[in-house]
Design a protein around this ligand. Structure first.
Ligand code: NAP
Length: 291
């Protein structure tokens, strides 16, 4: 069996075009959607990533306001900035970019992002709403996985889907999105025991652990679809996923590449969530239900 690569770039372009169309419609109402990205680090790769969001936003007709508080920002300052941005009518979407300064806890801060502007599903309220099937923004990475499955017509209803990783930003919200789509979902983590016990019978395996080479050909059955969310930087600077790509070749039916897979779709979804948020906020203003 040959393994088909599932690149994310075309899908990312389609999603970005949708965001662009929505931004253009909003512009006719005199509204230009605005995304605020709060940064508090001097980590070069984070700044590179934030600039790439800024470029993508601008080309989609979305303002991107980077609020750089520097690597010495305190939790108190960050909390107050998030509260101010949440209250500011001209801001439609807010992301708190990690890493944060040492000793500053992201979990304690994301609750200050207003749920209607929480376009990366970071506020615990967003995860709670997702859990009970209420409308909310899912974390963009989790939604990127389901968008890729849809785009390539990979069904999950009634199928065994194994998610490796249980973080609040990827594994948990993704398992909720998959349950919503009637998949039989198993979530593995660092203490669930040998992976092959779960993955050998899986139709779809999603790996989001941040461990180079965690999943290899011995873990999966012939014909499985493998989605690699992991991003790991090797000592020579190469970006790789969590899957040992060479060993799954010829066993997996399909595999997302790293780079060029889930990551490219994630950024475009942040833009689409921003225009969707702007649209909802504009409707709420018209109906007098805002805030
Ligand atoms: P995280 O918070 O560190 O969570 C990692 C999860 O993997 C944890 O649940 C952990 O289990 C589990 N895990 C670690 N080692 C394992 C092992 N040997 N066997 C089974 N499970 C194991 O990371 P994250 O934020 O979810 O991100 C996961 C990966 O996705 C990272 O590589 C990150 O860079 C990448 N990512 C990519 C994108 C994108 O757009 N492409 C976006 C976000 C994240 P425990 O809970 O037991 O510790």
């Amino acid at each position: 069996m040959s393994t088909t690569l599932l690149p994310g770039r075309n899908l990312a372009k389609l999603i970005q075009q949708k965001a662009h169309d929505q931004a253009r419609d909003l512009e006719t109402e005199g509204l230009r959607p605005t995304l605020a990205v709060v940064v508090a680090t001097d980590d070069g790769s984070t700044h590179w990533y934030v600039r790439s969001i800024e470029r993508a936003a601008e080309s989609a007709g979305i303002n991107c306001r980077i609020v750089d508080l520097g690597h010495g920002a305190t939790g108190q300052v960050l909390a107050s900035v998030l509260k101010d941005l949440s209250a500011e009518p001209s801001v439609n979407g807010i992301i708190l970019q990690t890493p944060l300064p040492p000793g500053v806890d992201a979990d304690g801060l994301v609750g200050h992002i207003a749920p209607e502007k929480d376009i990366d599903g970071a506020n615990p309220l967003s995860l709670g709403r997702l859990a009970v099937g209420q409308a909310s923004f899912a974390p963009a990475t989790a939604r990127a996985v389901t968008e890729i499955l849809d785009h390539f017509d990979i069904p999950v209803a009634g199928r065994n889907v194994v998610v490796i990783g249980r973080s609040g930003v990827v594994g948990k919200p993704l398992s909720l999105l998959l349950l919503e789509r009637d998949a039989a979902v198993t979530v593995c983590h660092s203490r669930s025991g040998p992976l092959e016990k779960y993955t050998r019978t899986a139709d779809v395996v999603v790996v989001a652990a941040g461990r180079t080479g965690l999943l290899n050909g011995r873990h999966i059955s012939s014909g499985a679809v493998v989605i690699d969310v992991g991003t790991n930087v090797l000592p020579d600077g190469t970006l790789v996923g969590d899957v040992d790509e060479a060993s799954v070749q010829g066993i997996a039916a399909a595999l997302t590449p790293v780079p060029g897979g889930v990551g490219s779709v994630t950024t475009s979804l942040l833009l689409l969530h921003t225009t969707e948020a702007a649209r909802e906020q504009s409707r709420a203003l018209v109906l007098g239900t805002a805030g």
